[in-house]
Design a protein around this ligand. Structure first.
Ligand SMILES: [Zn+2]
Length: 358
């Protein structure tokens, strides 16, 4: 299938089923140039924001070009860049206290990686594992890992790292109930046609006390307010859903999760894409917007990474960050799933935050 064959379907609200919605904005794909205009709407019943019409299930994969960065392991995060610290940072890091500050500033918290409750036995699944970088780190920590990935090319990369991958969608994977102790899914939920079914299936697949960790663009971000229809969180036609922290918290509780924690990520890379898209729309002949979009799609130059640390941290602290990571627990006992009963309670999902899913 090619992009020209993209078939769009009109849908009811994926969260509440209402067919009453009103147009919010019309966005275009400035990142991978899927042609056409795409409309985001707000559900009049529950307020959910979603792409409508959206690509049909059969058309979804056609929206992801072979060069789709997240599948290929492009766009390393600050945490992944950290081991290659420049000399001046190594020197400054020897000053008492400064090392801790630099570590704090450089920790984007794009993903969280809890320690396995029972190393060598606890099982972690990543839905949308792309090239497998996150699961490789989880395996090194003692998790028994496997992944689900619809992109064959990305799954092949993960398999080359020795990670078992089911190639397809979550609903096709026929996962055994209560078979995983942790399910991670980075920047995936916004791509999913039926997020309620996705979260319900994740809930069913987790053991009681198991942890779900997902990340999504933040609808209540400064970036969305600044860039409007050019906001990277819309990323049409690949992003089908838009969540705020409060809405995602409600949805997770509805599906049966408890102890929902929200972490605001300290990264502003999506701002480059927002600014680039705005520039491409207003100055079609100019070169800088295309250059900036290339930076977003590829590796962030070191200087840009360092000057973005402080603004990124300020946005995270104020809750206006462009992306959120949300952690939730399947209660041990659906009737009285108290915090004390939870196996992860002892080491509060305090996770050793590493790396980035992108
Ligand atoms: Zn709704």
């Amino acid at each position: 299938m090619t992009i020209a064959d993209l078939e769009l379907i009109t849908i009811p609200c994926p969260i509440c089923g209402s067919d009453r919605d009103r147009p919010l904005c019309v966005a275009r794909d400035y990142v991978y140039s899927v042609p056409g205009e795409f409309r985001f709407v707000r559900c009049e019943a529950c307020g959910h924001v979603f792409l409508n019409p959206r690509p049909s299930d059969a058309s979804l994969l056609a929206c992801y070009p072979a060069s789709y960065g997240p599948h290929l392991g492009a766009s390393p995060s600050s945490s992944e860049l950290a081991p290659r610290r420049p000399g001046w940072k190594r020197s400054l890091g020897t000053v008492t206290g400064l090392r801790r500050l630099l570590r704090y500033l450089g920790d984007e918290r794009a993903t969280v990686l809890p320690a396995p409750p029972q190393p060598g036995e606890s099982r972690m699944l990543e839905i949308g594992c792309a090239h497998g970088g996150f699961l490789e780190r989880a395996a090194a920590l003692g998790w028994i890992v496997d992944g689900i990935e619809p992109s064959e090319a990305a799954a092949a990369q993960a398999e080359r790292r020795g990670i078992p991958v089911f190639v397809g969608r979550l609903d096709q994977a026929e996962l055994a109930p209560q078979s995983r102790d942790c399910i991670a899914s980075w920047m995936v939920l916004e791509h999913v046609p039926d997020p309620l079914a996705f979260l319900s299936l994740a809930h069913r697949t987790l053991t009681p006390g198991g942890v779900l960790a997902v990340s999504v663009p933040n609808a209540a971000s400064l970036e969305r307010w600044m860039f409007g229809r050019y906001w990277q969180g819309y990323d049409p036609p690949r992003h089908l859903q838009v969540f705020s922290a409060s809405e995602l918290r409600r949805v997770l509780h509805r599906v049966g999760f408890s102890e929902v924690q929200v972490i605001y990520q300290a990264g502003i890379r999506d701002s480059y894409a927002g600014l680039a898209a705005w520039g491409m729309a207003h100055f079609p002949q100019a070169r800088w917007p295309r250059r900036l979009m290339e930076i977003f799609r590829g590796e962030t130059p070191r200087w840009l990474h360092w000057i973005s640390l402080l603004p990124a941290r300020l946005l995270a602290v104020s809750g206006l960050a462009g992306r959120i990571t949300v952690v939730a627990v399947r209660p041990r006992n659906t009737v009285a799933g108290t915090a004390a009963e939870n196996r992860f309670e002892a080491s509060p999902v305090g996770f050793d935050a590493v790396g980035s899913g992108d």
